[in-house]
Design a protein around this ligand. Sequence first.
Ligand code: IPD
Ligand code: CA
Ligand code: CA
Ligand code: CA
Length: 275
Amino acid sequence: MDSIIGIKSFTAVAVNSASKAGEWIKSRIGRFAEPDLKYSMHDLVTEVDKGSERLIRNLIATHFPQHSFLGEEGVEPGPEASAKALEAVEDAEYLWIVDPIDGTTNFVHGFPFFSVSIALAHKGQVIVGVVYDPSKDELFVAERGKGAYVHGKPMNVSKEQSLRQSLVATGFPADHQMALPLNLRQIQAVAPQVRNIRTAGSAALHMAYVAAGRLSGFWEIGLNSWDLAAGSLLVEEAGGKVTDLNGEPYHLGVRNVAASNGAVHGELLKALQVE
Ligand code: IPD
Ligand code: CA
Ligand code: CA
Ligand code: CA
């Protein structure tokens, strides 16, 4: 790990920012003003989301003032605004992509499954991914070409060879009109083919769990770059696969994602082919 956490290296700054933000978020559990609604009644934001993003943005800017920054709370809610915001910066030489709390609903309810997700992309390709779970003090780190680690220990995806043996996860979309009905049909199609399905409420942590071999697969529709960028590198560097639901390789614009240990990827994509 020494080689990847050098002083002021990109990874060191990502790790330091995620840890500091995570500690602060933890200190605010149960101590925040009434959440605001964003896109719908299923989509919350608190002052802690905004404060965490500010903290991370300032820390990164101290080290890399010339880099671009895309954080969830700096973007208007809704898919069009997110797509536009990404488009404006995705070709930047260096772009930090940040979800200051992934799993805000869990944070609000005191359900200890939320994370801080920080990725650095170089000309559109993720080169550093860090996901931090402050509740368990688990730090997931990946650097392109150098593997993925949980607290310094190398991570590998699970060995399951078929969906039958697989524990998989998904997330319920906040968009209850368009996306939720499709997600429910997907769950109905996948459930009989897998050991079981979890939906724990943080896409970034679900991705980290695929990388750590705790889940063999994860899919969700309607996500954004800040939910997925860091997790995508964790999964790839742990030996897994990340694509859209048509099997096209992950890139920053992917909103409908499938991630797996690789071995069950084809089966998962096939199971998800519902109308
Ligand atoms: C949400 C979480 C959740 C997923 C939602 C995301 P947020 O992110 O990742 O697990 O199901 O689709 O929007 O809003 O808590 O950062
Ligand atoms: Ca949110
Ligand atoms: Ca998120
Ligand atoms: Ca968030």
